[in-house]
Write a protein that binds this ligand. Structure first.
Ligand SMILES: [Zn+2]
Length: 179
């Protein structure tokens, strides 16, 4: 889908067109793309294809100039983010999908043989979400994507480091990792 590609080009930090900010140089084109993506997100057919929905939403964020999330939203499709603990730097896998909702230091946590510790995630209550988190959560619900909305409560919630027990914001760790 060309919209995804356009989104990733706009979000790219390796800008082949020099130092010009695409949000400024291509303002009218990006405005058109934003409109097209908004329309695509309304497509009822997307209800059955949450991964496409997430890709489109990521493209929309890129067109809107939202840093990091335009590119990193696909972690929702992977049902995992890998981030270092802000306290001890241990790599934590934040899993929120078919294997459960937990943090662990074992990259092979999906294997039945894993013995690594898994600490339950602490999702944010929807009423406590604000800013971008609130926008994304509400939008996913309004667009008929309750599973995606639920994932946002984990991505914008807290995790406990499986190594040192420090509790940290998953969102801040993601932003620190890719910002
Ligand atoms: Zn730690």
């Amino acid at each position: 889908m060309p919209l995804y590609l356009a989104g990733s080009i706009v979000a790219s930090r390796d800008q082949p067109y020099g130092d010009d900010d695409p949000q400024v140089t291509y303002a009218s084109e990006i405005s058109d793309l934003t409109h097209l993506t908004e329309e695509a997100l309304q497509d009822p057919g997307l209800a059955d294809v949450p991964t496409n929905y997430v890709d489109l939403l990521g493209a929309l964020l890129s067109f809107q100039g939202v840093e990091i999330w335009g590119e990193q939203l696909d972690g929702l499709n992977n049902e995992e983010y890998e981030v270092p603990c802000p306290s001890c730097s241990a790599e934590n896998f934040i899993a929120f999908g078919e294997y459960g909702f937990f943090s662990t230091t074992d990259s092979m946590y999906m294997e039945p043989s894993t013995t690594a510790r898994q600490v339950p995630l602490r999702p944010q209550t929807p009423a406590a979400l604000d800013g971008l988190a609130q926008t994304l959560y509400s939008r996913a619900l309004a667009d008929g994507q309750p599973d995606i909305a639920r994932k946002f409560t984990y991505v914008f919630g807290n995790a406990q480091c499986a190594e040192c027990d420090a509790v940290f914001s998953v969102e801040k760790a993601i932003v620190a990792q890719w910002g």
